[in-house]
Design a protein. Structure first.
Length: 138
């Protein structure tokens, strides 16, 4: 809205500072998860750990089923499936801390960052791409 001149004035506060604020935010999330695991590590039962794998797959199946209905390309389908299968690694933990202050954020952070994220990187994304390609060729 402000054009190039306005962006130049706001750049030091918005654009340049973003990386620093993001680093501090991610550090805080890591500290919360670490402290919570130290104090409440026993809360991560086998069932809770399984949830961190099964729930993303349920989201992936839902997205895969819906993607042909909206006419997505195989690449668009792969992205939609990946997003539906991903825990929101940044936005949701912050929102949950505000919405449910009595909940233990260490559990959600540990599951999303320590289980779901690595699962999606190693196994999920290749699977989602294969499914998207298969859907695209059907």
């Amino acid at each position: 809205m402000t054009g190039d001149r306005g962006l130049a004035l706001l750049k030091p506060f918005l654009v340049d500072a973003f990386a620093g604020f993001l680093c501090l935010f991610l550090l805080d999330m890591g500290l919360v998860a670490g402290r919570g695991l130290r104090d409440e590590g026993r809360a991560l039962s086998a069932g809770v750990l399984a949830f961190a794998i099964v729930m993303p797959l349920i989201g992936a199946v839902c997205a895969a089923a819906l993607s042909p209905l909206v006419g997505l390309s195989p690449g668009g389908t792969a992205i939609l499936i990946t997003l539906a299968a991903s825990a929101s690694y940044i936005a949701v933990p912050a929102a949950m801390r505000l919405a449910l202050p009595e909940a233990n954020p260490a559990i959600a952070l540990s599951l999303s960052l320590g289980v779901t994220f690595p699962f999606n990187l190693m196994f999920g994304i290749p699977l989602y791409i294969a499914v998207a390609q298969r859907i695209g060729h059907s």
